[in-house]
Design a protein around this ligand. Sequence first.
Ligand code: IMP
Length: 430
Amino acid sequence: MNLVVLGAQWGDEGKGKIIDFMSDNADVVVRYQGGNNAGHTVVLADKKFVLHLIPSGILRAGKKCIIGNGTVIDPVYLLEEMKYVEGLGIKLNGNLFVSEAAHVIMPYHKILDRLNEAKSGKKGKIGTTSRGIGPCYVDKAGRLGIRMVDLLNKEILAEKLKANLELKNYLVKNYYKEKTFSFEKILSEYLACGEKLRHFIKNTYVMLEQAAKNGKKVLFEGAQGTMLDVDFGTYPYVTSSNSTAGGACTGAGFSPSRVNKVIGVTKAYTTRVGEGPFPTELPVELNDELRGRGNEFGATTGRPRRCGWLDMVVLKHANAVNGFHSFAVTKLDVLSGLKEIQICVAYKYKGKKMTEFPADLKALRESTPVYKAFKGWTEDICGVKKYSELPDNTKRYLEALTGLSGVNISMFSVGPDRNQTIITDKNLWK
Ligand code: IMP
């Protein structure tokens, strides 16, 4: 049984928490796209752990964790995160494996990310995490990229780095009017990283094929979310990888015929960080209120998240693209105490109702949400242990979510802790 868990919105849906919860039943946990732009938060007994690159499954003893070929890896950062995880008393040797085919985020990718954004100005910038993600994927698609396996071979790394720096230094010097990069410095630093990572760098898709053949349970941990997917998100205000379900197959080397279920993680409302359209974004006052209640600040950059009501056009679009088996609904407790809660059921554009998410950002910007209102609840639901214990109005809200989206709910969460996620579908792993 192999499951993909991914974000149904603009990221930050609480995937880390859901993966941590579900990895109790998994044998292998795999990251398949993105890099350390992600921020996956897990809370255990009031202690907060944030992982950006290593799969959240690592926090459960003995789980095999793979960083797949579709990810982009900053090796300097990876070594730091490994140190952090080892500091928690978790053994990485024999539990963490990094794909030899994953692309390496080089120092120039990080600088170019910042320079591109600065050059684009306030109006044109994407609002990236500045981790070098986009420029690294550009080189991957441009067939210039350096892969993890290259860090293990001095001649090859030197040759590729030289070719890259010729172009990058020209660009940095002549277009951005900035300092150029030193070949020797990068070569020695990245070879040293390769040496430290040598025992972790493997052919991971073969390991996954073996795991599947041996009947192991594999859990795929999506990063970012459907609306940040480079094909199906609010392009160009997206990340540079496929954060949708297909990305799990290409980003891990895992056959689609072996994926049994795709679980979409959605907050009980919506948030987004960075620039780009967000149809249900709330006016300042309510936006601030929801941000305060939900502590909506980016786990990677600390930026305040933009907040809005749940958007059914988005969730239906996400379901169409990903084929969800069910939803994991997070942060339901954040809505407690609100008098009225809204769900956007369509957009109105040029006087007409639109229920499909448009690729045309102009249409999106000019459309207004059509809302359906639901009565709120005043009860504190943080301690709820079963669906039946939820207040009637909370149940009505969840029923509406299912009714409007056509997707069942397999779990919901009422707080950050591992024991505040409640499973409603006991057959999830069957
Ligand atoms: P990049 O992935 O750093 O290139 O950023 C591109 C866009 O994706 C920006 O709007 C970021 O804020 C957003 N983004 C990237 N990673 C995450 C994430 O893990 N959660 C939420 N937004 C993200």
